[in-house]
Write a protein that binds this ligand. Structure first.
Ligand code: HEM
Ligand code: HEM
Length: 472
């Protein structure tokens, strides 16, 4: 007889919230992609591109991404620690506050309230609320890890802890601001210092929201779904520490050719190049894990989500350091190449891994099987095609834009005006909207499949303890 049970209700609450905010973010993504080639689609002041873009980025990074992180981390932490959360009621309160904050954030951005710092747009009252819920989350995670019943710390737990600590530091330092009213504040740093701190934060928002937590999920759910132990636990730990060591010093690669001192840019570029090694440590570990039995790609519908996810992570982490090189940056910076890079990571690596993890968790907490593997397969192919079409189109138009901006006449003046370049983007922007529709249909199939699985399953119950994933 088990003496304790895992609380699945909060986990599911976060998962469903993440899915809801994900759908909102994707619909807005589609709308802003249309607004770029059909300016008449800027229907009202609060529905203009400038206001909707941060709702898209915040909605997906913080609504979908962080919502999934909260839910799946609670799920993982309880199982890897072999005990329920120390403060289950706090987790429930955390869930309600999280949704209230994301809703308030969306409304405030639509109303044009912004600090004008990318991924840190929210004004100070919301920042304070975010710090409060992050502390609630951290207290629960740390207390559960400290009181754990399993002695060994599996690698996912290291990634969980790094995420909790790093996000707290990054958020507090970059959101330090001087209030000038209830909905207006100014960054505590000025000029080049402001830019440096902002991009230290901005890059690490990618690192600690789109990378470390997704790796925590990957390392936990890949062995769980395939039944194959992680190829090398040692490699996973070495990659973890070197990734954490290097990530925090790379932010200035977003500020190449700016007034930021050259040596800071160069140092950031060097750390950025180094980052290929720990990133690929995880990629190789993932491939070798599945390499023990490649037939899982055919027989287990979730394996391909994880393998393609880690493949896009691998491509992303080669492309990223390349972009940081001065010679590449001066061609692609400010062009559509960058959204191409971004969406390979977000639509490929991040969304695929989160969806596969949710496909694993939902049937388990309802004591059932997935509603339809066929629909899950259709979802996989649609998001894959949508993402590839999106990224490849943006890379092509990005290079074209960068190249056009550089062409000079004999007297040194620019040959092409900004408008010449802009007009040439249109066919690519149409294609991006098409790609977005394909991706969105795939995601809607995912939502349908999850809801039908919940409907089909038993009433939500607390689960008995399960063994930790096997590690070599
Ligand atoms: C080794 C890993 C990576 C490195 C070194 C890297 C490097 C870079 C660089 C240099 C830029 C700036 C491009 C420019 O504006 O000129 C950039 C932008 C970006 N990258 Fe990566 N990248 C990496 C992985 C990822 C991953 C896994 C994601 C996940 C989705 C990601 C998401 C982004 C985002 C969102 C931006 C846009 C930031 C902005 O300007 O708003 N990157 N990356
Ligand atoms: C239907 C799918 C999607 C569409 C149509 C879409 C569209 C767009 C568009 C048009 C932009 C602005 C690009 C620009 O500034 O020129 C953008 C930016 C961005 N999107 Fe999406 N998006 C989609 C899915 C996603 C997903 C799933 C995520 C995250 C999980 C995401 C994260 C971002 C981020 C972080 C940026 C900022 C990039 C930057 O600053 O360079 N998007 N998206």
């Amino acid at each position: 007889m088990n003496e304790y049970r895992y609380d699945n209700q909060t986990v599911q609450g976060f998962i469903l919230s993440a899915i809801f905010w994900g759908v909102v973010g994707i619909v807005i993504g589609l709308l802003i992609s249309i607004q770029l080639w059909a300016p008449a689609a800027n229907l009202a002041p609060w529905l203009t591109y400038g206001r909707l873009r941060p709702v898209h980025t915040n909605g997906l990074a913080f609504g979908l991404g962080v919502g999934a992180i909260f839910g799946l981390f609670y799920y993982i932490v309880m199982r890897l620690c072999r005990r329920p959360l120390v403060f289950p009621r706090l987790a429930r309160l955390h869930l309600w506050l999280f949704n209230a904050i994301i809703a308030a954030a969306a409304v405030s951005l639509l109303a044009g309230k912004t600090q004008s710092l990318e991924y840190a747009e929210l004004e100070w009252p919301l920042d304070v609320a975010i710090v409060v819920i992050w502390v609630m989350f951290a207290v629960n995670v740390f207390a559960t890890v400290i009181k754990r019943k399993e002695e060994q710390m599996y690698v996912s737990l290291w990634y969980v802890l790094a995420t909790v600590v790093a996000v707290a530091i990054l958020y507090v330092v970059n959101n330090a601001s001087v209030p000038a009213g209830l909905w207006k504040s100014y960054h505590a740093y000025a000029g080049v210092n402001s830019a440096n701190v902002q991009w230290w934060y901005g890059h690490n928002a990618v690192g600690f929201i789109f990378t470390t937590p997704i790796l925590a999920m990957f390392y936990y759910f890949l062995p769980k779904t395939t039944g194959l132990p992680i190829y090398s636990h040692r490699l996973s730990i070495v990659s973890f520490w070197s990734l954490i060591f290097a990530y925090l010093w790379t932010g200035a690669h977003h500020l190449v050719y700016t007034p930021l001192p050259d040596w800071i840019q160069t140092l950031a570029i060097v750390f950025t190049l180094f980052l290929i090694a720990p990133s690929w440590g995880s990629v190789v570990n993932g491939y070798y894990t599945v390499g023990a039995d490649w037939s899982k790609m055919r027989t287990n519908y979730l394996t391909k989500f994880f393998v393609l996810g880690i493949t896009f992570y691998g491509l992303q982490t080669v492309q990223g350091p390349t972009q940081a090189l001065r010679v590449v940056s001066q061609l692609i910076h400010f062009t559509d190449w960058v959204p191409g890079h971004v969406h390979m990571g977000t639509m490929g690596w991040v969304t695929m891994t989160i969806c596969a993890s949710i496909y694993y968790v939902i049937p388990r907490i309802h004591g059932t099987e997935i509603y339809s593997e066929k629909i899950a397969n259709a979802h996989f192919w649609l998001v894959l095609v949508g993402q590839l079409l999106f990224s490849i189109t943006m890379w092509i138009t990005g290079i074209q834009q960068g190249a056009l901006w550089k062409v000079q006449n004999a007297d040194g003046s620019l040959k092409y005006s900004f408008m010449d370049g802009l007009v040439k983007n249109y066919p690519y922007w149409h294609t991006r909207t098409l790609a977005g529709i394909v991706f969105a249909v795939g995601m809607l199939l995912f939502v349908y499949n999850v809801l039908k699985t919940i409907q089909k399953g038993k009433a939500l119950q607390a689960s008995p303890p399960s063994p930790a994933p096997a590690a070599a």
